[in-house]
Design a protein around this ligand. Structure first.
Ligand code: BJW
Length: 246
Protein backbone atom coordinates (compact mmCIF):
# COMPACT_ATOMS: atom_id res chain seq x y z
CA UNK A 1 0.00 0.00 0.00
CA UNK A 2 1.38 3.45 -0.88
CA UNK A 3 2.46 5.79 1.89
CA UNK A 4 -0.21 8.55 2.27
CA UNK A 5 2.39 11.18 3.09
CA UNK A 6 4.46 10.39 -0.04
CA UNK A 7 1.28 10.46 -2.17
CA UNK A 8 0.23 13.74 -0.52
CA UNK A 9 3.65 15.24 -1.28
CA UNK A 10 3.36 14.20 -4.91
CA UNK A 11 -0.11 15.78 -5.26
CA UNK A 12 1.05 18.99 -3.54
CA UNK A 13 4.16 19.17 -5.72
CA UNK A 14 1.99 19.10 -8.85
CA UNK A 15 -0.62 21.57 -7.50
CA UNK A 16 -1.06 24.82 -9.38
CA UNK A 17 -3.66 26.19 -6.96
CA UNK A 18 -3.37 25.07 -3.35
CA UNK A 19 -5.90 25.90 -0.64
CA UNK A 20 -5.19 25.07 3.00
CA UNK A 21 -7.83 25.15 5.75
CA UNK A 22 -6.48 25.11 9.30
CA UNK A 23 -8.10 24.56 12.68
CA UNK A 24 -7.12 24.49 16.32
CA UNK A 25 -5.02 21.31 15.99
CA UNK A 26 -2.35 23.26 14.09
CA UNK A 27 -1.70 25.32 17.22
CA UNK A 28 -1.97 22.43 19.70
CA UNK A 29 1.79 21.80 19.74
CA UNK A 30 2.31 25.48 20.56
CA UNK A 31 0.27 25.01 23.73
CA UNK A 32 -2.96 26.64 22.53
CA UNK A 33 -5.90 24.47 23.70
CA UNK A 34 -8.20 23.00 21.06
CA UNK A 35 -12.00 23.21 21.51
CA UNK A 36 -13.08 19.59 21.28
CA UNK A 37 -11.35 16.37 22.31
CA UNK A 38 -10.06 15.24 25.72
CA UNK A 39 -8.30 18.50 26.71
CA UNK A 40 -10.51 20.82 24.64
CA UNK A 41 -11.91 24.08 25.99
CA UNK A 42 -15.51 22.85 25.60
CA UNK A 43 -14.75 20.12 28.19
CA UNK A 44 -14.30 22.76 30.88
CA UNK A 45 -16.35 25.70 29.57
CA UNK A 46 -19.82 25.94 28.04
CA UNK A 47 -19.88 27.61 24.61
CA UNK A 48 -23.40 28.88 25.42
CA UNK A 49 -22.00 30.88 28.38
CA UNK A 50 -18.95 32.29 26.62
CA UNK A 51 -19.08 32.23 22.82
CA UNK A 52 -22.50 33.52 21.75
CA UNK A 53 -23.90 37.05 21.37
CA UNK A 54 -26.48 36.23 24.09
CA UNK A 55 -23.74 35.24 26.54
CA UNK A 56 -22.02 38.58 25.96
CA UNK A 57 -25.28 40.53 26.44
CA UNK A 58 -25.95 38.67 29.71
CA UNK A 59 -22.46 38.91 31.22
CA UNK A 60 -19.80 40.83 29.24
CA UNK A 61 -17.45 40.70 32.22
CA UNK A 62 -17.49 36.89 32.41
CA UNK A 63 -16.96 36.58 28.66
CA UNK A 64 -14.09 39.05 28.75
CA UNK A 65 -12.44 37.27 31.71
CA UNK A 66 -12.37 34.12 29.60
CA UNK A 67 -10.97 35.90 26.53
CA UNK A 68 -8.41 37.80 28.63
CA UNK A 69 -7.25 34.48 30.10
CA UNK A 70 -6.95 32.95 26.61
CA UNK A 71 -5.12 36.01 25.28
CA UNK A 72 -2.58 35.71 28.08
CA UNK A 73 -2.13 32.02 27.35
CA UNK A 74 -1.71 32.56 23.60
CA UNK A 75 0.70 35.46 24.13
CA UNK A 76 3.03 33.01 25.90
CA UNK A 77 2.95 30.57 22.92
CA UNK A 78 5.21 30.46 19.87
CA UNK A 79 4.41 29.23 16.35
CA UNK A 80 5.38 25.58 15.89
CA UNK A 81 6.88 23.60 13.01
CA UNK A 82 3.46 23.32 11.28
CA UNK A 83 3.01 27.12 11.21
CA UNK A 84 6.60 27.49 9.96
CA UNK A 85 6.13 25.08 7.03
CA UNK A 86 2.88 26.79 5.98
CA UNK A 87 4.64 30.16 6.10
CA UNK A 88 7.37 28.78 3.80
CA UNK A 89 4.77 27.31 1.45
CA UNK A 90 3.02 30.68 1.25
CA UNK A 91 6.27 31.98 -0.31
CA UNK A 92 6.92 28.92 -2.42
CA UNK A 93 3.46 28.45 -3.98
CA UNK A 94 2.34 31.59 -5.83
CA UNK A 95 -1.34 30.58 -5.56
CA UNK A 96 -1.58 29.25 -2.02
CA UNK A 97 -4.57 30.48 -0.01
CA UNK A 98 -4.45 29.86 3.72
CA UNK A 99 -7.94 29.86 5.21
CA UNK A 100 -7.92 29.59 8.99
CA UNK A 101 -10.54 29.16 11.67
CA UNK A 102 -7.92 30.05 14.27
CA UNK A 103 -8.10 33.36 16.09
CA UNK A 104 -4.70 33.05 17.80
CA UNK A 105 -2.56 34.92 15.23
CA UNK A 106 0.16 32.24 15.14
CA UNK A 107 0.08 31.90 11.33
CA UNK A 108 0.78 35.65 11.09
CA UNK A 109 3.56 35.41 13.67
CA UNK A 110 5.15 32.57 11.67
CA UNK A 111 5.26 34.86 8.63
CA UNK A 112 2.31 33.78 6.47
CA UNK A 113 1.08 36.92 4.79
CA UNK A 114 -2.09 36.09 2.82
CA UNK A 115 -4.51 34.69 5.40
CA UNK A 116 -8.29 34.50 5.30
CA UNK A 117 -9.52 34.51 8.90
CA UNK A 118 -12.98 32.96 8.97
CA UNK A 119 -13.55 33.42 12.71
CA UNK A 120 -11.78 36.76 13.25
CA UNK A 121 -8.95 37.44 15.66
CA UNK A 122 -8.65 37.32 19.43
CA UNK A 123 -6.29 40.32 19.10
CA UNK A 124 -9.03 42.52 17.60
CA UNK A 125 -11.78 44.43 19.43
CA UNK A 126 -14.76 46.45 18.31
CA UNK A 127 -17.67 48.28 19.90
CA UNK A 128 -20.41 45.91 21.00
CA UNK A 129 -23.13 48.37 19.96
CA UNK A 130 -21.67 49.33 17.35
CA UNK A 131 -21.22 53.10 17.63
CA UNK A 132 -19.93 55.75 15.23
CA UNK A 133 -16.42 54.48 15.98
CA UNK A 134 -17.54 51.06 14.69
CA UNK A 135 -14.13 49.93 13.45
CA UNK A 136 -12.35 46.74 14.36
CA UNK A 137 -8.96 47.60 15.84
CA UNK A 138 -6.00 45.68 17.16
CA UNK A 139 -5.38 45.53 20.91
CA UNK A 140 -2.41 43.44 22.04
CA UNK A 141 -2.47 44.34 25.71
CA UNK A 142 -2.21 41.36 28.06
CA UNK A 143 -3.74 41.41 30.54
CA UNK A 144 -6.24 44.08 29.57
CA UNK A 145 -6.11 46.97 32.06
CA UNK A 146 -9.91 47.10 32.35
CA UNK A 147 -12.54 44.41 31.91
CA UNK A 148 -14.72 44.77 29.93
CA UNK A 149 -12.56 47.21 27.95
CA UNK A 150 -14.61 50.35 27.23
CA UNK A 151 -15.25 51.89 23.82
CA UNK A 152 -14.90 55.68 23.53
CA UNK A 153 -18.73 55.80 23.44
CA UNK A 154 -18.97 54.21 26.89
CA UNK A 155 -20.32 50.82 25.71
CA UNK A 156 -18.13 47.75 26.25
CA UNK A 157 -15.85 46.64 23.44
CA UNK A 158 -16.24 43.01 22.35
CA UNK A 159 -13.70 40.48 21.08
CA UNK A 160 -13.29 40.58 17.28
CA UNK A 161 -14.16 36.91 16.90
CA UNK A 162 -17.15 35.10 15.37
CA UNK A 163 -19.43 33.51 17.93
CA UNK A 164 -22.00 30.76 17.38
CA UNK A 165 -25.06 32.10 15.61
CA UNK A 166 -23.12 35.01 14.06
CA UNK A 167 -22.44 35.54 10.39
CA UNK A 168 -18.87 35.08 9.24
CA UNK A 169 -17.32 38.09 7.44
CA UNK A 170 -18.92 37.93 3.99
CA UNK A 171 -15.88 39.12 2.03
CA UNK A 172 -13.70 36.47 3.71
CA UNK A 173 -16.23 33.70 3.04
CA UNK A 174 -16.47 34.83 -0.59
CA UNK A 175 -12.68 34.75 -1.06
CA UNK A 176 -12.41 31.38 0.69
CA UNK A 177 -15.16 30.02 -1.57
CA UNK A 178 -13.34 31.25 -4.66
CA UNK A 179 -10.05 29.74 -3.51
CA UNK A 180 -11.86 26.46 -2.82
CA UNK A 181 -13.51 26.41 -6.23
CA UNK A 182 -10.27 27.07 -8.13
CA UNK A 183 -7.80 24.85 -6.21
CA UNK A 184 -6.63 21.51 -7.50
CA UNK A 185 -5.41 20.43 -4.06
CA UNK A 186 -7.21 21.26 -0.79
CA UNK A 187 -5.52 20.40 2.52
CA UNK A 188 -7.54 20.40 5.77
CA UNK A 189 -5.26 20.44 8.80
CA UNK A 190 -6.11 20.11 12.49
CA UNK A 191 -9.84 20.73 12.30
CA UNK A 192 -12.62 18.50 13.61
CA UNK A 193 -14.68 19.69 10.59
CA UNK A 194 -17.77 20.00 12.78
CA UNK A 195 -18.32 23.76 12.64
CA UNK A 196 -20.04 25.29 9.62
CA UNK A 197 -19.74 27.02 7.26
CA UNK A 198 -15.94 26.40 7.61
CA UNK A 199 -16.26 22.60 7.33
CA UNK A 200 -18.37 23.02 4.21
CA UNK A 201 -15.32 24.15 2.23
CA UNK A 202 -13.87 20.63 2.50
CA UNK A 203 -16.98 19.18 0.84
CA UNK A 204 -17.10 22.02 -1.71
CA UNK A 205 -13.49 21.34 -2.70
CA UNK A 206 -14.26 17.68 -3.26
CA UNK A 207 -17.37 18.51 -5.27
CA UNK A 208 -15.32 20.90 -7.42
CA UNK A 209 -12.88 18.10 -8.27
CA UNK A 210 -9.89 18.97 -6.06
CA UNK A 211 -7.78 16.30 -4.40
CA UNK A 212 -8.67 16.66 -0.71
CA UNK A 213 -6.01 15.78 1.86
CA UNK A 214 -6.66 15.67 5.61
CA UNK A 215 -3.86 15.96 8.16
CA UNK A 216 -5.13 15.01 11.59
CA UNK A 217 -4.23 12.25 14.07
CA UNK A 218 -7.97 11.54 14.50
CA UNK A 219 -10.86 11.00 12.12
CA UNK A 220 -13.10 14.04 11.66
CA UNK A 221 -16.53 15.05 10.43
CA UNK A 222 -15.07 15.24 6.91
CA UNK A 223 -12.92 12.10 6.85
CA UNK A 224 -15.43 10.26 4.65
CA UNK A 225 -15.10 13.01 2.02
CA UNK A 226 -11.30 13.12 1.72
CA UNK A 227 -9.10 11.42 -0.87
CA UNK A 228 -6.07 11.02 1.38
CA UNK A 229 -5.73 11.00 5.17
CA UNK A 230 -2.40 11.57 6.90
CA UNK A 231 -3.05 10.37 10.44
CA UNK A 232 -0.25 12.28 12.15
CA UNK A 233 0.03 15.49 14.16
CA UNK A 234 0.52 18.52 11.92
CA UNK A 235 3.85 19.48 13.51
CA UNK A 236 5.21 16.09 12.42
CA UNK A 237 3.44 15.61 9.06
CA UNK A 238 4.11 19.07 7.60
CA UNK A 239 7.92 19.08 8.08
CA UNK A 240 7.99 15.57 6.55
CA UNK A 241 5.88 16.74 3.59
CA UNK A 242 8.13 19.78 3.23
CA UNK A 243 11.21 17.55 3.22
CA UNK A 244 9.67 15.35 0.49
CA UNK A 245 8.92 18.47 -1.57
CA UNK A 246 12.59 19.60 -1.59
C1 BJW B 1 -4.52 17.90 15.69
C2 BJW B 1 -3.47 17.99 16.58
C3 BJW B 1 -2.22 18.11 16.01
C4 BJW B 1 -5.20 17.83 17.76
N1 BJW B 1 -2.09 18.14 14.68
N2 BJW B 1 -4.38 17.95 14.38
C5 BJW B 1 -24.83 23.52 9.43
C6 BJW B 1 -25.04 22.36 10.14
C7 BJW B 1 -25.06 22.36 11.53
C8 BJW B 1 -24.87 23.53 12.25
C9 BJW B 1 -24.66 24.69 11.55
C10 BJW B 1 -24.64 24.67 10.18
N3 BJW B 1 -24.40 25.94 9.75
C11 BJW B 1 -24.26 26.74 10.82
C12 BJW B 1 -24.42 26.01 11.94
C13 BJW B 1 -24.35 26.52 13.34
C14 BJW B 1 -22.95 26.66 13.87
C15 BJW B 1 -22.28 25.29 13.86
O1 BJW B 1 -21.49 24.98 12.98
N4 BJW B 1 -22.55 24.48 14.85
C16 BJW B 1 -21.97 23.14 14.93
C17 BJW B 1 -21.03 23.04 16.16
C18 BJW B 1 -23.08 22.14 15.00
N5 BJW B 1 -22.20 27.64 13.13
C19 BJW B 1 -22.27 28.94 13.40
O2 BJW B 1 -23.01 29.38 14.28
C20 BJW B 1 -21.43 29.88 12.56
N6 BJW B 1 -22.20 30.93 12.05
C21 BJW B 1 -23.10 30.76 11.08
O3 BJW B 1 -23.31 29.67 10.58
O4 BJW B 1 -23.74 31.93 10.68
C22 BJW B 1 -24.81 31.82 9.74
C23 BJW B 1 -26.08 31.98 10.48
C24 BJW B 1 -26.19 32.92 11.47
C25 BJW B 1 -27.39 33.09 12.11
C26 BJW B 1 -28.47 32.28 11.79
C27 BJW B 1 -28.34 31.32 10.79
C28 BJW B 1 -27.14 31.19 10.12
C29 BJW B 1 -20.36 30.55 13.43
C30 BJW B 1 -19.36 29.57 13.95
C31 BJW B 1 -18.40 30.30 14.89
C32 BJW B 1 -17.44 29.34 15.57
N7 BJW B 1 -16.75 30.03 16.60
C33 BJW B 1 -15.71 29.34 17.35
C34 BJW B 1 -15.21 30.29 18.45
C35 BJW B 1 -14.36 31.40 17.80
C36 BJW B 1 -13.94 32.41 18.80
C37 BJW B 1 -13.05 31.86 19.88
O5 BJW B 1 -12.00 31.27 19.62
O6 BJW B 1 -13.44 32.04 21.02
O7 BJW B 1 -14.63 28.97 16.47
S1 BJW B 1 -16.23 27.76 18.02
C38 BJW B 1 -14.70 26.94 17.73
O8 BJW B 1 -14.88 25.87 16.77
C39 BJW B 1 -13.79 27.99 17.07
C40 BJW B 1 -13.09 27.16 16.03
O9 BJW B 1 -12.56 28.00 15.03
C41 BJW B 1 -14.19 26.23 15.57
C42 BJW B 1 -13.68 25.00 14.87
O10 BJW B 1 -12.93 24.22 15.71
P1 BJW B 1 -11.65 23.44 15.15
O11 BJW B 1 -10.64 24.42 14.73
O12 BJW B 1 -12.07 22.43 14.20
O13 BJW B 1 -11.10 22.80 16.52
P2 BJW B 1 -11.58 21.47 17.27
O14 BJW B 1 -11.13 21.59 18.67
O15 BJW B 1 -13.00 21.17 17.03
O16 BJW B 1 -10.76 20.31 16.56
C43 BJW B 1 -9.36 20.23 16.70
C44 BJW B 1 -8.87 19.12 15.77
O17 BJW B 1 -7.46 19.11 15.82
C45 BJW B 1 -9.34 17.71 16.18
O18 BJW B 1 -9.84 17.04 15.03
C46 BJW B 1 -8.06 17.03 16.66
O19 BJW B 1 -8.01 15.62 16.36
C47 BJW B 1 -7.02 17.76 15.88
N8 BJW B 1 -5.70 17.82 16.49
N9 BJW B 1 -3.99 17.91 17.88
C48 BJW B 1 -3.24 18.07 13.91
N10 BJW B 1 -1.12 18.18 16.82
Amino acid sequence: MSDPIATAAERIRRARHLTVLTGAGVSAASGVPTFRGPDGLWRSFRAEDLATPGAFRRDPRLVWEWYDWRRQRIAACEPNAAHDVLARWSQRFPDLTLVTQNVDGLHERAGTTRILRLHGSIWHVRCARPCSDGQTRRDDRVPLPEIPPPCICGEPLRPGVVWFGEMLPLDVVKQAGEATARCDVFVAIGTSALVYPAAGFIHEARAAGATVIEINPETTGASDAVDLAVRQPAERALPELDRLLQ
